[in-house]
Design a protein around this ligand. Structure first.
Ligand code: NAD
Ligand code: TDX
Length: 377
């Protein structure tokens, strides 16, 4: 029944399949679970695409409750064998192609991983937990599908996305995530699979791949390279500290109602230009001006806008607050300070994830893409 509360509580054994645990949010989630839920066992299934890095979990790799498996969520045989071998009763599904710009230049992988991969996981969970006749077992089973606010489309200057906002995805990425949300919901309604969906806003914090705005700006600003701001820099995102998000996911797993979806936001709406300027100022204060004596704001470069660029996202996170007592704890100013400090202290991690293929992607993306003086007028 929709809204039925979960049976499992903190302290109960869970055998959790985390997908995409070597990515940004997944790695933060795996570490938080291993450090806060001693009775949970985590199997991390990750393909290690350009976005997945074993270094992000090096400190917990030997934890007795943790096992890493390199593989593809689209590989049904592998996924079935993991369910059987580990008695998986919980799935937390992060694995995805996650970068909007890449979905514009190469949507294929997004369709495959985000749609077909989610289908493969849902289908395997259905067979494992519900059996041929349905509802044969897995009373405590949970399938938590991690999604995005981008499925709701773009807002004007006012208003917020709620759980009942109509879907209106506008990029290949958000369309693929919307498809996977629909599949997850369909598996709940059709088969009674115990699905929960979360739709969150833009995350930031440690271990984020430096193609996304905040780590890209930190990385470029440290190297004295241009800081590309799309369009007029007035697009708005609602920034959520990644560990607040991970705590919300645990809360939804432990207390959420099956068949429900929960919006998770940071109550931190900011224009992109404001975010970039704040990062410049924090870096100037922490490491000094550029060798030229200039402040880092001088690196800001307006470039051509992203195709179909959504103007504003803003989450109404009232439901998860009212029903599950979760609200974000990190302020934006403190979260940004901590994030910059983390990147400064973890230069080897940053260097190791920026391999040859990322450098090539970056050249293709930004090489010669600055707006010319004629276009600006
Ligand atoms: P990420 O790109 O940093 O990591 C994705 C991970 O999935 C990587 O480790 C990658 O190797 C793995 N992966 C990709 N394809 C795979 C496949 N076919 N099989 C197995 N593993 C595969 O992503 P993220 O930013 O950590 O996002 C995690 C999830 O949260 C995604 O589903 C994303 O849509 C969602 N989300 C992210 C944000 C955000 O701001 N980052 C916001 C809202 C929702
Ligand atoms: O170089 C840049 N310059 C710039 O102005 C980059 C990379 C981005 N931007 C803008 C585009 C967006 O308005 O900054 C904003 C944030 O961009 P991204 O970091 O690429 O995130 P976004 O496109 O908002 O999507 C993110 O949040 C929702 C994640 O990548 C998604 O996976 C998630 O679903």
């Amino acid at each position: 029944m929709k809204g039925e509360t979960t049976l499992a509580k903190n302290g109960e054994i869970r055998r959790v399949l985390v997908t995409g645990g070597c990515g940004f949010i997944g790695a933060n989630f795996v570490r938080l679970v291993l450090n806060s839920r001693p009775d949970w066992q985590v199997v991390n299934l990750d393909k290690l695409t350009y976005a997945g890095n074993l270094q992000s979990l090096a400190d917990v790799a030997a934890h007795p409750g943790y096992r890493f498996v390199r593989g593809d969520i689209c590989d049904q045989e592998l996924v079935e064998s993991l369910f059987g071998e580990h008695g998986i009763d919980t799935v937390v599904h992060f694995a995805a192609e996650s970068h909007v710009d890449r979905s514009i230049t190469g949507p294929d992988a997004f369709i495959r991983t985000n749609i077909f991969g989610t289908f493969t996981l849902l289908e395997t969970a259905r067979k494992a937990w519900l059996g041929e006749k349905g509802r044969e077992g897995g009373a405590q089973a949970r399938f938590l599908h991690v999604s995005t606010d981008e499925v709701f489309g773009s807002l004007g200057a006012t208003g917020y996305f709620t759980e009942t906002t109509c879907y209106d995805p506008r990029s290949p990425y958000s369309a693929s995530k919307a498809s996977s949300d629909h599949l997850a919901r369909a598996y709940f309604h059709t088969y009674g699979l115990p699905v929960l969906i979360t739709n969150c806003s833009n995350n930031y914090g440690p271990y984020q791949f430096p193609e996304k705005l905040i780590p890209l700006v930190i990385n470029n600003a440290l190297q004295g390279r241009p800081l590309p701001v799309y369009g007029d820099g007035g697009n708005v995102r609602d920034w959520l500290y990644v560990l607040d998000h991970c705590e919300a996911i645990i809360r939804v797993l432990e207390q959420g109602g099956v068949g429900e979806s929960y919006n998770i936001g940071g109550h931190n709406e900011r224009k992109n230009l404001e975010v970039v300027e704040l990062l410049c100022d924090i870096l100037d204060r922490r490491v000094g001006f550029l060798p030229s004596g200039q402040p880092r704001r001088s690196l800001i470069t307006f470039v051509r806008d992203r195709l179909g660029h959504d103007r504003r996202y803003a989450i109404d996170a009232g439901k998860i607050d009212r029903e599950l007592g979760w609200t974000p704890r990190m302020s934006f100013s403190e979260g940004m300070e901590q994030t910059v400090a983390w990147y400064l202290e973890n230069r080897p991690w940053l260097e190791s994830v920026i391999d040859g293929s990322y450098r090539e992607y970056y050249r293709n993306m930004y090489g010669g893409n600055e707006i010319s003086d004629e276009e600006k007028q």
